[in-house]
Design a protein around this ligand. Sequence first.
Ligand code: AMP
Length: 414
Amino acid sequence: MDSRPSRSGKGRGNSNGNRSGGKRSYGGGGGNRRGSGGGRSNHNYIPLPADMMVHEGVALKTVEYKADSKFADWKINAKLKSAIKAAGWVYPTEIQEKSFEDIAAMKDVMGIATTGTGKTGAFLIPLIDALLESDKPFQTLVLAPTRELALQIEEEFRALTIGMKYNAITLIGGRNINTDIVNLKKRSYHLVVATPGRLKDLYQQGKIDLQEASVLVLDEFDRMLDMGFQKDVMWLADKIGERDQTLLFSATLDKSQQKLIDHFLTDPITVAVSSGQASAEHINQTVRYVAPDDKFDTLIEMLKEPEMKRVLIFAETKHRVKKVTKKLNQAGISADEIHGNKSQNYRQKALGAFKQGKIKALCATDVAARGLDIDDITHVINFEAPTDYDTYIHRVGRTGRAGKGGEAITLYDK
Ligand code: AMP
């Protein structure tokens, strides 16, 4: 118990690695993303070839991870054990079990794990334990690609620190920045979760001291790059400067990201997990060829099928998402929308209604849907095919979670 290293100082520097590189390239020409179908201009939009989106789902070989230990036997603070128990967690997930020692030893760790593998707990448990055991409080800053993911991290932190007096704050776009400013002044925080844009904004306004953070967590790092946050993340990490520890989680281990990863991490330990769903092997994937003018009618007919219980629909642009939602509602199908033009409040409400089964369909852009953790989505429908396979897999992976089979249908222009 007492062998934990001290986290109170901002001792270990981050070596200045190479700052360039790491550019992600997409398939499909890399042009501007524009929607297709439904009678609108579609120059620059090169959909993924249809045959890449057809696949007969194979029964999931549930590679159940057998944990070697129970949380009850872990050498962690008793208060944390109680909180974990109260959350209903008995056995650690693979990433939690395999990364604990190294994170607790304050090493830099790169975790290869997707949402659904328990990666949030993997970094929160050792950090909360360190807070409980150390004399001086320290601050962890988590950067996450999406607002929803950021909120989920804060929620999990609150659950795992129940009965403890730790402060957490989430700084995300779509909410009043003045409220953030007031809250930041009120007290100091043990956990700050932020999306890069809002954090940068607050820093530039002189409202947050990034030097306070001694641990930096980059969550869903590959998604942050996909979403164009590379520059902001590098800029922010630079402002944080010296830190005790950096943890990075990514669903993929992509060679093109290596230089960038080297920039953030010092002698990292890599922990990759076999569980989780980085592939869509178990999901039934089909393509329906539809004339552009018939797309809305086809979608409406599909949604009337009784097995379509909870359906996530993707379109390429905010405008298109809005239009699909409107058409569905006009046809008497309960649907709502999430995309960048909707306030955080609105999105949270729509998500809540979808999770509770109050609406049948949720229409989303890729950006809005990233990091979403919703169980029991029976179908994913691509109203428009995406332009790259990475995005496709990410969309399709919203169904068939928690070991269940799932259906993905892509409407393709005839
Ligand atoms: P994450 O991959 O961090 O988004 O976690 C996925 C889901 O699994 C969340 O709903 C967590 O609350 C839950 N979870 C994480 N760790 C455990 C565990 N050891 N036992 C049971 N559920 C867990």
